[in-house]
Design a protein around this ligand. Structure first.
Ligand code: DON
Length: 591
């Protein structure tokens, strides 16, 4: 489909968020983990929200979590690149200017909607190393060892981003890799001036940077934290990107880059091998899709849980008069919580890597089945999570930067990629210059024991060699009457699902514009723990009291996620871009 994307292109780059529920002890993990980017969140009030307006553009738009990466995308589009060209360019640029999350050391997903109606899904999620085992994070007594899946080389999955970018560009791009990777190389070599939004994110793990000399050499300024106005130069990353520029994905998976990662892993108790890199592959598949009152949701199938869970929640919600009830109303909030509680129980019980397990998606989304789930919701009473089990009975058999692209023909692309925690495992192999992921923590370390996002998952997502861990990433495209309507997605671990869902519902049901929909305070419920995470501003004191009286348990969390979205305004035809207020380093830029 070369040259299929003309200049009128909108790109929303939804940058991967940082992980983090930073809590490491297993008892702490049962609590609501602290979201790493709380510190960057700008407060909002209903008065501020009422005035929030998206950035509009006629031809093209890029929304990303880092302003320089947005600009890279716009420049590529102005040079005549298509949406995929720009998406790959932004993907590489974010790996430089948003090193917490943008990456070449992790993996992710891309959802593509072509104007001819075809929908595609590209899976470049990390895979477990071939030497991985189901109990690798447990001690001899079967207890999960805190930090083993997150803070050591044993937590590193085989990275997929470089092969994913390569596959997308080869199939749908119109520009050579050399052209789209060039801005990233320049930003790494020349450096860029850090602004407050960048500093806030670096400060989240500044203490960890001091632990490793090769990390400190780049991410500390002569041993001290960077401050606003400093220039961050990454010559080692520039060199690695140049190797990719010259040798493509092969340089990464079979050349010196893989060798350096494997050497560092072996030296520090990891299990990565050259065979892991040589065997790595990406997969094109069919997205999950579902209808909701004239909208079609096109989102991610396993190994993401995102699309299936968003669709299940929406199917449960379908008959309820959410618009009439209103945003933040007792009825809407109660019903959304109950739908999420049930869908997350299914997520955690029935979904895993399709290369290894059978995912009963058709059953989970069938109208009869969803109706049965809905029938268990009591209108005036919370259902304790302890009473909810996977809705299909026992499991059968064995078993975060996001970007989006749209053009005038209705082609659209959405991508989310991540290294899991902010700055991933916190380590860089030798002089490669890029952070490695700690994505292995997304697996079930032990059935029933929560992971870093508090997700209590089952055997279906157990670790196996070459398997991909179940994800919540949900780069999503929404069509309305078959035409492109919205591109949305977010980082935030398990909260990605509710953030992405709410960005859509806030527009479709609650009448918000795209900026309001992204900025509005959110709620999140994930079955276990039996607790509703809520951002300040969503509930009035009276609504909260009423809901507590119905049996809901709220936990106020300052903020989470960073939804970076684009809406195609059906009335004006204009593109409306919204950078999440929670990510002030980001920018919606268009022309
Ligand atoms: O794939 C997942 O679901 C997680 N590893 C995503 C991590 C993430 O969003 C980090 N942000 N808070």
């Amino acid at each position: 489909m070369r040259n299929a994307f003309p200049a009128w292109v909108a790109i929303a780059i939804l940058a991967a968020t940082p992980a983090t529920w930073a809590a490491q002890s297993s008892s702490a993990r049962h609590k609501i983990p602290r979201q790493a980017l709380d510190a960057t969140a700008a407060p909002t009030t209903m008065a501020a929200l009422a005035k929030a307006m998206p950035v509009t553009a006629k031809h093209a738009m890029v929304v990303s979590a880092q302003h320089l990466a947005s600009q890279v995308g716009v420049d590529i589009l102005k040079q005549g690149g298509n949406a995929v060209d720009a998406a790959v360019a932004v993907g590489y640029a974010l790996a430089v200017v948003h090193p917490c999350c943008g990456n070449i050391g992790g993996g992710g997903f891309m959802v593509v909607h072509l104007a001819n109606g075809r929908n595609l899904f590209l899976d470049f999620r990390e895979k477990a190393p071939l030497k991985a085992t189901p109990t690798m994070y447990q001690d001899a007594s079967g207890n999960v060892i805190p930090g083993k899946s997150t803070g050591s080389y044993l937590g590193v999955g085989v990275p997929g981003t470089v092969m994913g970018m390569d596959a997308a560009l080869k199939k749908y791009g119109s520009m050579p890799l050399q052209q789209v990777i060039a801005p990233a190389i320049k930003l790494a070599r020349d450096g860029f001036v850090l602004q407050q939004g960048d500093i806030n994110i670096l400060n989240e793990r500044v203490k960890d940077f001091a632990k490793y000399p090769n990390v400190a050499a780049t991410f500390l300024n002569h041993g001290k934290p960077y401050v606003v106005g400093d220039r961050l130069r990454q010559p080692q990353l520039a060199h690695t990107l140049e190797l990719i520029e010259k040798g493509g994905a092969r340089a990464f998976y079979r050349g010196s880059i893989a060798r350096k990662v494997v050497a560092a892993s072996q030296a520090q108790g990891g299990i990565l091998s050259m065979k892991d890199f040589a065997d790595y592959s990406v997969t094109w598949d069919k997205p999950v899709s579902c209808d909701y009152h004239g909208y079609t949701i096109v989102s991610d199938p396993p190994p993401s849980s995102g699309g299936t869970t968003i669709c299940q929640i929406l199917q449960i919600l379908k008959p309820y008069p959410l618009a009439q009830w209103g945003y933040g109303s007792v009825n809407s909030v109660h019903t959304m919580i109950e739908a999420e509680r049930r869908a997350f129980a299914d997520r955690n019980t029935y979904l895993g890597d399709p290369a290894f397990v059978k995912n009963p998606i058709d059953k989970l989304l069938s109208p009869q089945h969803v109706a049965a789930m809905r029938a268990t919701i009591k209108p005036d009473k919370a259902t304790p999570s302890s009473e909810i089990k996977g809705s299909l009975g026992p499991v059968e058999g064995t078993n975060t930067t996001d970007y989006s692209v749209v053009d005038q023909h209705g082609n659209a692309v959405a991508v989310t990629y991540t290294i899991n925690y902010l700055f991933g495992v916190g380590q860089i192999a030798g002089d490669t210059g890029f952070f490695l992921n700690n994505e292995m923590d997304d697996f079930t370390s032990k059935p029933g024991v929560p992971n870093s996002f508090g997700l209590v998952q089952g055997r279906i997502n157990q670790i196996e060699p070459g398997k991909r861990p179940l994800s919540s990433m949900s780069p999503t495209i929404v069509l309305r009457d078959g035409k492109l309507f919205m591109v949305t997605g977010s980082p935030g671990g398990s909260t990605i699902i509710s953030t992405t869902l709410e960005s859509f519902l806030n527009v479709a049901e609650f009448g918000m514009n795209m900026q309001q929909a992204v900025d509005a305070p959110r709620l999140h419920e994930q079955w276990l723990p039996d607790q509703v995470f809520v951002e300040p501003g969503l509930l009035t004191a009276a609504a909260q009291r009423k809901l507590e009286g119905m049996g809901h348990h709220f936990k106020a969390v300052k903020s989470w996620g960073a939804d970076e979205a684009i809406l195609v305004n059906p009335e004006t035809g204009l593109l409306e871009g919204a950078n999440d207020r929670r990510r002030p380093a980001g920018l919606a830029a268009g022309y």
